[in-house]
Design a protein around this ligand. Structure first.
Ligand SMILES: Cc1cc2nc3c(=O)[nH]c(=O)nc-3n(C[C@H](O)[C@H](O)[C@H](O)COP(=O)(O)O)c2cc1C
Length: 177
């Protein structure tokens, strides 16, 4: 068990998976962490489709258009995150305030999901590059209205953690006082 800030350091996008399968109970625990994420008006506009086994290869193919994301072929599991219809109060609030809360909510749930995976000894990569059309064809109704993200999940092939490449805090942090 690591502390929260160590967990954040440890989480990184994994593009080198060991092919060993991921235990179903761990995938369920990841989704449980996402389920507890906050959302605008507690709308929870999300759905998580866990894909393992032979179907995982089919999901991988949907993330590889134009030669991208080749590493997903080795990922033993995926969690497809779809956006569900938001609660009426959240959509009204979004319209009044000219904000799109649902994708923000999905992002928060994704952070919970990926950090939980790290805590459980798993590795993930958030994938925004995928064919929504092909995925919808594959998953059918399970996919819901919009697929927002695909998360590859597995055990990392290596233990080492890369240093984080990020903007300096002076670039992104300001105080208005
Ligand atoms: C919305 C979103 C979409 C992303 N799409 C991809 C992707 O399609 N393929 C990929 O290899 N990484 C993808 N990433 C991972 C980012 O490249 C990565 O998070 C970023 O470079 C920081 O590196 P780190 O996650 O290792 O800390 C995506 C990340 C986010 C948040």
């Amino acid at each position: 068990m690591v502390n929260f800030f160590e967990l954040i350091e440890k989480r990184e996008s994994c593009r080198d998976y060991d092919t060993r399968p991921v235990e179903k109970e761990l995938l369920i625990r990841m989704v449980e962490a996402a389920r507890l994420a906050p959302s605008a008006c507690n709308s929870q506009p999300w759905r998580f489709t866990v894909v393992t086994g032979e179907k995982a290869g089919e999901v991988a193919a949907c993330t590889q258009e134009m030669g991208m994301n080749k590493f997903t072929s080795d990922a033993p599991a995926f969690i497809v995150i779809s956006e569900e219809r938001a609660r009426l109060s959240a959509s009204i609030a979004g319209k009044v305030k000219d904000q799109q809360y649902a994708p923000i909510d999905i992002g928060l749930a994704t952070a919970h999901l990926c950090l939980a995976a790290t805590e459980l000894g798993l590795s993930t990569c958030i994938l925004g590059w995928f064919s929504e059309e092909k995925l919808k064809k594959l998953l059918g109704k399970t996919a819901g209205n919009r697929i927002r993200l695909v998360i590859s999940v597995g055990y990392a092939g290596t233990d080492s953690i890369r240093p984080k490449k990020r903007k300096a805090s002076e670039e992104i942090l300001c105080f208005f006082e």
